[in-house]
Design a protein around this ligand. Structure first.
Ligand SMILES: Cc1ncc(COP(=O)(O)O)c(C=O)c1O
Length: 463
């Protein structure tokens, strides 16, 4: 290849206008939304990096697939196409569609987990944690030590700490109904998990008779990192790598809004006949009949096509390189980020950028507000607002104060990334003048979605 530039491997067929607002309009929008970016209208956002979940652009093949959607209540053709696509990649016997990932979590934990039990994971995503805790069970995060150091380089910072996992399995016999690994580790910086780690965790769990599940939302991005970084996989296809990853697991939960390339959907898959039957019974109660699980036939079609497109090498190369490119600009400008850059997002390290803002004035939250105020960019925080409240109501600082810029799939182009880089560099220049926020309302669970704030010192940026 003589050309170095990695281009978007698609042409644009449909466009959706986006609008900049003036700074004072954004200031008013922030105040009206209680300084919570979840409560801002999407039309007031220029570049929306709140999430990569369900926000991607679908391909012409996916839209074509949707026109084939079979909306039969039971036994629709669309379900069998969906089931075949999931089985080709995962190899699991039972495939249970759900309306999104958290429904798969609720059904799995609602069926398999009892009060007081412990579910280890490299790092639970917030809905995963909430669904475990809703069962009055303990969601235990066991990231590898490197995963706790945002600025330290390691190829697989998403790995689970195998020593800690073994300790839990030894100390809590009969109390671990299942263990999980999240690929890639979203709450831990979008960092990948190595095949060696997945294999070792699986063997360990099985030695203790504990089922091993993957939270597989970003399985294709994880497979790509294994191809790039793990010895022995350079010549393997992403599909073959994904198949090996799943071969070590007894089942998975999946949000198809990520590497399913769909705007809605998810699934639960597993090999255990009895567990699958019990999950299907609960599914019928709350999601729908097992061949549609709360989705339309056309959604199942979009996922069936999307799962395969997510494993396309040109797409994965472009996607991972875009994030890396932005990361390089940040490093060049001394903007602290989680290193190395992960799959679906760039994570700004607000603790390092804003050391003068204490954790209980939420430095990441303040930084994300300023990115919106200055540049119309919407992000999300993985921080003490999200994780600070303990089940007993007390407050603890989160391990990290991160601002996540998550990239919708196939939506933004190189010039959007260049604009974003300018916003980041400009905001870095303001860092000493940024101030924290005070929470004026916070619900007991998943509070980042609806909490309200005010600037702790009257303004977000002081003179
Ligand atoms: C790792 C992980 N697990 C589970 C979920 C939940 O999926 P959903 O939003 O489809 O309910 C997400 C969503 O962002 C996630 O990133």
């Amino acid at each position: 290849m003589i050309f170095k530039t990695i281009i978007e491997p698609f042409r644009i067929k449909t466009v959706e206008p986006i609008h900049g607002r003036t700074r004072s309009e954004r200031e008013a929008a922030l105040e009206a939304a209680g300084y919570n970016l979840f409560l801002i209208k999407a039309e007031d956002v220029l570049i929306d990096l709140l999430t990569d979940s369900g926000t991607g652009a679908m391909s012409s093949d996916q839209w074509a697939g949707m026109m084939r959607g079979d909306e039969s209540y039971a036994g629709a053709r669309s379900f069998y196409r969906f089931e075949a696509a999931v089985q080709e990649i995962t190899g699991f016997k039972h495939v249970i569609p759900t309306h999104q990932g958290r429904a798969a979590e609720r059904i799995l934990f609602g069926t398999a987990v009892k009060p007081g039990e412990v579910v280890p994971n490299n790092t639970h995503f917030d809905t995963t944690r909430a669904n475990v805790e809703y069962r009055s069970a303990i969601a235990l995060d066991l990231p590898c030590p490197e995963g706790r150091q945002p600025q330290e380089y390691h190829s697989f910072k998403g790995n689970i700490d195998l020593t800690a996992l073994e300790r839990v399995l030894l100390e809590k016999p009969g109390q671990v109904p299942l263990a999980m690994i999240t690929v890639t580790n979203n709450s831990g910086g979008g960092q990948p998990v190595s095949m060696a780690n997945i294999r070792a965790a699986s063997e360990m769990c099985h030695r203790f008779g504990v089922p091993f599940f993957l939270d597989a939302c970003r399985f294709a991005e994880n497979a790509w990192f294994i191809k790039l970084r793990e010895e022995g996989y350079a010549d393997s296809t992403p599909l073959a790598i994904a198949q090996e990853m799943f071969s070590y697991a007894d089942g998975c939960t999946m949000s198809a809004k990520k590497d399913g390339m769909a705007n809605i959907g998810g699934f639960l898959a597993m090999n255990d006949d009895d567990l699958a039957q019990r999950c299907k019974n609960l599914l019928i109660l709350t999601e729908g009949f097992p061949t549609y699980g709360g989705l339309a036939g056309y959604d199942l079609e979009a996922i069936a096509v999307g799962l395969k497109e997510a494993l396309d090498e040109d797409y994965l190369r472009y996607r991972i390189r875009s994030v890396e490119y932005l990361g390089e600009i940040c490093m060049h400008n001394d903007i602290p980020i989680v290193l190395p850059t992960g799959g679906h997002a760039l994570y700004l390290d607000a603790k390092a950028l804003l050391p003068h803002i204490p954790w209980n004035e939420y430095p990441a939250w303040a930084l994300s507000l300023v990115l919106y105020l200055e540049g119309g960019v919407r992000s999300v925080c993985i921080d003490s607002v999200m994780f600070g409240r303990q089940p007993d109501g007390s407050e603890q600082p989160a391990a990290n104060e991160l601002v996540r810029l998550a990239f919708p799939r196939r939506v933004y182009t190189q010039s959007h990334f260049d604009y974003l880089a300018e916003v980041l560099v400009h905001t870095k220049g303001l860092a000493p003048r940024l101030r924290g926020v005070r929470m004026t309302y916070g619900p007991p669970v998943l509070r980042h979605f609806t909490a309200r704030f005010e600037p702790a010192y009257g303004q977000l940026i002081v003179d």
